[in-house]
Design a protein around this ligand. Structure first.
Ligand code: NAD
Length: 361
């Protein structure tokens, strides 16, 4: 079996961390009889330098024609890079917005998993942490208040701003289906988060999610109000498996959930479309401050590649093998500089990639 993967190394540490992720993919592929054919495209600052735009139509066409996309990060030092003197639509991040839109990515998944070995980085009390937690936030990405009509006007001499939040049942249904499908690959529990005591969009959200749940009798559904969810994430994070929620609630809750895990270099993410094509990327940026030094943590990108195996290619065993290899590397005391602690062995980006790839075979 072969899969065509578009690689977008991007800027800053992007090329370094993507190289480690493909190293791991190739090794795990060998073990499970799968090959990956890669095509690299430019996006972000490197594309601006080469072509004057952050993403060319040719590059986009390659991504669209592939089975999936693995991205490092785009962007540079916002303060002093010439890329940020350009109009907004020509800046590095415009490439990211364009590819997300063109690939029809409407579901964003961000896992929040606490590794035993990194518990010290978790800001919560040990009693709350217990044996750790393992959840994903499933966020709707293309609807809601961020995409509604917005305007500012003066009414009777007073400035007034309006942002309209809209969802139709089809937008809710397709993300709910993804949420239940993903729960089936996990602990089979969905908590749908809304504000149904106040908002009409939330009441429709709840109704449609309940309809979709009927097709997944093996998955347990419950509902939680968003304000309570924000509290429960720090009070008892162990209760969560899949959190299914709309765009703005997901934006806020996913940052909260990821921060309770500690290190930014460990956080993977996936954005999914209706079909199997997805865009997989670490949650962090291009870290221009450490680019080219071979010290970046490649684990978030490696775990994003594992998500690609699971969610785009249905290669659950291979994904499990990558995740187990990451756990083993941490257990055996290997750390990049960002997660280094006493008694551990500090390794470079490439060494960490080699170690994890080695544990995959
Ligand atoms: P950042 O995530 O790049 O860096 C924040 C801090 O975390 C820095 O100190 C950095 O060194 C550290 N860090 C990040 N990733 C790391 C890793 N893998 N290993 C070790 N340390 C790591 O955020 P920023 O500095 O605010 O943004 C830098 C650039 O990245 C900006 O141009 C921004 O627009 C862009 N950005 C891109 C994406 C993306 O491509 N999806 C996301 C966020 C930010």
């Amino acid at each position: 079996m072969n899969f065509n993967v578009t690689l977008i190394p991007g800027d800053g540490i992007g090329p370094e961390i993507v190289a480690e992720a493909t190293k791991v993919l190739d090794r795990v592929g060998k073990r499970f009889g799968v090959t990956f054919t890669y095509k690299k495209i430019l996006m972000g600052g490197c594309s601006i330098d080469a072509y004057g735009v952050p993403l060319t139509e040719e590059a986009l066409a390659i991504a669209k024609a592939s089975d999936s996309v693995l991205l490092g990060a785009v962007g540079g030092n916002v303060g002093n890079s010439s890329w940020y003197q350009l109009p907004p639509e020509l800046r590095p991040e415009a490439g990211l917005l364009k590819i997300r839109k063109e690939l029809g990515l409407f579901a964003n998944i961000r896992p929040a998993y606490l590794y035993d070995e990194l518990k010290a980085a978790c800001p919560l009390n040990p009693e709350i942490i217990g044996d750790g937690f393992d959840m994903v936030i499933m966020r709707e990405l293309t609807g809601g208040i961020y995409f509604g009509k917005r305007y500012t006007e003066e009414v009777d001499g007073v400035m007034k701003a309006t942002d309209i939040c809209t969802y139709d049942e089809n937008e809710i249904r397709r993300i709910a289906v993804k949420g239940f499908e993903i729960a089936r690959k996990r602990k089979k529990r969905v908590i749908s988060v809304d504000k149904a005591n106040v908002l009409d969009t939330s009441r429709l959200w709840r109704k449609v999610v309940e309809e979709v749940a009927k097709d997944y009798p093996d998955v347990t559904l419950s509902h939680m109000l968003v304000d309570n969810c924000a509290m429960q994430l720090v009070k008892d994070p162990k209760q969560f498996d899949v959190i299914l929620t709309e765009n703005m609630f997901g934006d806020i809750l996913s940052d909260e959930a990821s921060m309770v895990t500690g290190s930014i270099g460990m956080l993977s993410s996936a954005s999914l479309s209706e079909g199997r094509l997805g865009l997989y990327e670490p949650s962090h940026g291009s870290a221009p401050d450490i680019a080219g030094k071979n010290i970046a943590n490649p684990i978030a990108t490696i775990l994003s590649a594992a998500m690609m195996l699971r969610y785009s290619f249905d290669l659950d065993e291979a994904a499990d093998a990558v995740e187990a290899a990451v756990k083993r590397a941490l257990k055996e005391g290997y750390r990049t500089a960002d997660i280094m602690s006493e008694g551990c062995r500090q390794v470079s980006t490439t060494e960490m990639g080699d170690i994890i790839a080695g544990f995959c075979q």
